[in-house]
Design a protein. Structure first.
Length: 432
């Protein structure tokens, strides 16, 4: 591509960028003491167009240079398949080689010098979304069932623990298996009506299910307290030793047990390791079950449901197990969310949460455990980094997602290969 062609392409990209920036950045409402006034910011549009122009020009120059180094006179898009092949091969090995490094870093992270209260608490949020992503990966990545209502199971787990703690005095460890059981039951309830649905129709039904759960929680005020939420949820203890400065008489606090000075970060670190253990259990279970007959049936169902029926696989039971097991881990994560926050309300389980969890699975690469970790960290930390630019926080989030869709539409570490393949039978003399 000649310099004139690159300049023309960059100018066209800058014009499009300016048109898109006009309604987003060109006008700002201001308080004038009466009716709202509008202030123009055309200089911002010029800056945006200039950034797009320079970025497009640099990108085209880099692609031309890369193509010349490779000795390929093909069009610009010719380098994309090679890049995808490299990343696909990396995705197939990431779960084996990258995951141990990520797990080791997660274990030692609270002990590192930069690990203050904010960092550890943010790491806890990342691990919550990692666990949710791994749970949804069973339904979407392994079974190939598009679920837009996964936040419903997250909510069921949270409210199960909150209500058990509030009305029956159950602790976190006592309620955790019950929260998973209730969420799995709701997963089966969702699975029955959608057994014959696929694709967009399945997505619409699961989306409706998630909204039904949220509306029930919002309006069933006698049980859920509606929009007021449930507060005073019991916090977990370290095998009966509370994290409090002044424990009740006859009770030994955590810091007294180990001879430490009281510090509120002890509870934060403990919660971090609790969700880390729950997430690792989810990962271990997923990696093991995908090699069992039910896991291979999920992958077969994902690839071709008609062929599954021809081979004698029961799609009904296969879908129900995927929904139930995926929902169970969502319930576990919900119970932890409730005990971490100490307060829950229906606003915490809106559709945007389902969208974020699904984006984590798709962005990381459906079927890739390590990819989900990277995607969860990216989508969780990006809004925190962009918090300084609060006016453009969602714009930054959306722009990052668009760039990922353009650059890597199949996910960062795509790994949709079947877990087990049948080896070809060696040909013998005279055999057809």
């Amino acid at each position: 591509m000649t310099l004139a062609e690159r300049l023309r392409d960059a100018v066209m990209a800058a014009v499009v960028g300016a048109l898109l920036a006009l309604p987003l950045l060109g006008f700002e409402t201001v308080d004038t003491g009466g009716p709202l006034g509008i202030r123009t910011r055309f200089d911002w549009i010029a800056y945006a167009a200039g950034i797009v122009f320079v970025g497009r020009l640099v990108l085209l120059g880099f692609l031309d240079w890369y193509r010349s180094r490779q000795g390929r006179p093909e069009p610009l898009q010719s380098s994309a398949p090679a890049r995808r092949d490299v990343l696909t091969r990396l995705g197939s090995k990431a779960d084996k080689y990258l995951m141990p490094a990520l797990i080791a870093f997660a274990i030692i992270m609270p002990m590192l010098p930069f690990a203050n209260r904010t960092v550890v608490d943010l790491g806890t949020v990342v691990l919550i979304y990692v666990m949710l992503g791994w749970g949804l990966n069973i339904v979407v990545g392994l079974a190939g069932l598009l679920d837009l209502g996964y936040v419903a199971f997250y909510a069921v787990g949270a409210y199960s623990y909150a209500l058990l703690s509030l009305h029956f005095g159950f602790g976190f460890w006592e309620s955790l298996p019950l929260a998973g059981l209730f969420a799995a039951t709701f997963g089966m309830i969702l699975g029955f009506p959608v057994l014959r649905l696929r694709g967009d129709y399945l997505a619409i039904v699961t989306l409706g299910f998630g909204e039904i759960i949220r509306i029930v929680l919002l309006n069933w005020t006698e049980v859920t307290r509606g929009s007021n939420g449930i507060s005073g949820i019991q916090r977990p203890s370290f095998f009966g030793f509370p994290f409090s400065a002044d424990p009740p008489d006859g009770t030994t606090a955590f810091h007294q047990l180990f001879g430490l000075e009281y510090a509120s970060i002890h509870r934060i670190i403990f919660l971090y390791y609790v969700i880390l253990v729950l997430a690792l259990i989810t990962n271990f279970f997923t990696m093991r079950i995908r090699k069992l007959p039910v896991g291979r049936a999920w992958e077969a169902l994902r690839e071709d449901e008609i062929a599954c029926k021809a081979l004698g696989i029961n799609p009904t039971n296969t879908k129900l197990t995927a929904f139930a097991i995926g929902a169970m881990f969502g319930g576990f994560a919900g119970a932890f969310f409730a005990t971490r926050q100490g307060f829950i309300s229906p606003e915490s389980f809106s559709f945007i949460e389902s969208a974020v969890i699904l984006a984590i699975v798709v962005l990381g690469g459906m079927g890739s455990q390590a990819g989900i970790v990277l995607a969860a960290a990216f989508l969780t930390l990006l809004p925190e980094v962009a918090r300084e630019f609060s006016l453009f926080r969602m714009l930054t989030f959306g722009a990052a997602m668009v760039l990922i869709m353009i650059w890597r539409p199949q996910g960062l570490l795509a790994h949709r290969e079947p877990t087990i393949r049948l080896a070809e039978r060696p040909q013998t003399g005279g055999a057809a």
